[in-house]
Design a binder for this molecule. Structure first.
Ligand SMILES: [Cu+2]
Length: 367
């Protein structure tokens, strides 16, 4: 333990002793004064302390908001068009619940002070009132229903079909990282099967590249142009992107805080989500004044001991930049089968292909 820890423990013990001594002393005082007067005095002090607690509490709430607001993601605004709606709903909910919070807390503490014990005043016995019960049940119920309906409409929108021309990206979580698949020129994701997943053979999605009699699989040629990447996802500013989300092991969650969206990644059950990025990564660096800004994919579901490190990155670029990037990507088929790669004939590409082939042989021998 550090010196600071010892000091904190010592301070806590001292505070406890002081409180204990004060309590003991006030007990002797009350015996001397007589219990009746002492209780009345205590009531008065308690009443003022409750009032003071309320005032300090309200100031603290205001101060914390003022102090910490700039450290939240709100000042930079939503990075997706759809997320603006989310921010709006969040603000309405916060405003209404905040107002209710202030009113109820004020009444709680103010009444405790105002209606403390007083000479000649008797407590009013108020056991039940149907009208009051009805009002405080129906009013919140109506309001919550309105909030839920708005939320559901938004939910149905972002989980329904994406607009025409949307970019489609498959994103799959695993312990502990993210991988992405693009459908290639044919715009069709090739069929996958979990039993042919093999990281060693460059097939992390389990794309069905070959016929497999044992598993009764037929090769799916639409797989041949699919592009697979890990950790970083490229998407286009102003172009809706539809994520097809899955998981290879446990439940993860694609958390997109800057875009104000998130969606569970459930093994065996694909989920979808679409949104339209508003700013490129470059623009966000300027907006936030942070030259190291990156859009983060944070796993929002506790998924194991490496959960904290399950971070992916989204690069929002222009359509031209995206096309250039995409043109440089090699379909995953050629990574899994380097001998089928037409560019492998070139001497430069040949050496890398040979290394991959050698790696594959090593894996085969290890088996
Ligand atoms: Cu996870």
């Amino acid at each position: 333990m550090t010196t600071t820890t010892y000091l904190i423990i010592a301070a806590a013990v001292l505070v406890f002793i002081v409180i204990f001594q004060i309590a003991k002393a006030s007990e002797y005082v009350s015996v001397l004064k007589g219990e009746e007067t002492s209780r009345k005095q205590n009531n008065r002090i308690n009443g003022f302390m409750l009032l003071g607690f309320m005032i300090v509490g309200f100031i603290a709430v205001y101060y914390c908001n003022k102090l910490l607001y700039k450290t939240t993601l709100f000042p930079q605004g939503s990075a997706s068009v759809e997320g603006e709606k989310f921010d709006e709903m969040f603000m309405i909910t916060t405003a209404v619940t905040g107002l209710v919070f202030v009113i109820t807390q004020f009444l709680l503490f103010f009444f405790a002070w105002k209606y403390q014990e007083k000479e000649g005043r008797k407590a009013f016995y108020f056991p039940h009132n149907n009208k009051l019960e009805l009002v405080w049940t129906v009013v919140p119920a109506i309001f919550l229903t309105v909030l839920v309906v708005f939320g559901l409409r938004f939910w149905f929108r972002i989980t329904s079909d994406a607009p025409k021309g949307a970019l489609e990206v498959e994103i799959v979580g695993k312990q502990f990282g993210w991988m992405m698949r693009y459908p290639g020129k044919d715009k069709i994701f090739g069929k996958t099967y979990f039993r042919v997943i093999s990281d060693a053979n460059s097939n992390p999605f389990g794309q069905i590249f070959e016929d497999n009699e044992e598993l009764k699989l037929k090769a799916d040629p639409t797989n041949f142009d699919d592009v697979v990447t890990t950790q970083t996802m490229y998407i286009v500013k102003g172009r809706p992107v539809k994520l097809i989300i899955g998981s290879r092991d446990v439940i993860h969650d694609v958390g997109l805080n800057h875009f104000r969206l998130k969606m569970d990644a459930v093994p065996g059950i694909p989920t979808t989500l679409w949104f339209t990025p508003k700013y490129t990564t470059k623009e966000m660096k300027e907006r936030t004044g942070n030259p190291n800004f990156v859009y983060e994919i944070a796993c929002d579901q506790m998924c194991g001991n490496g959960h904290y490190s399950m971070k992916g990155i989204i690069e929002v670029v222009t359509q031209e930049e995206f096309d250039i990037w995409m043109a440089k990507q090699k379909p995953n088929y050629y990574l899994a089968f380097p001998d089928k790669d037409p560019s492998a004939i070139k001497p430069a590409a040949d050496s890398t292909a040979a290394v991959t082939a050698a790696d594959k042989n090593a894996v085969a021998i290890n088996k």
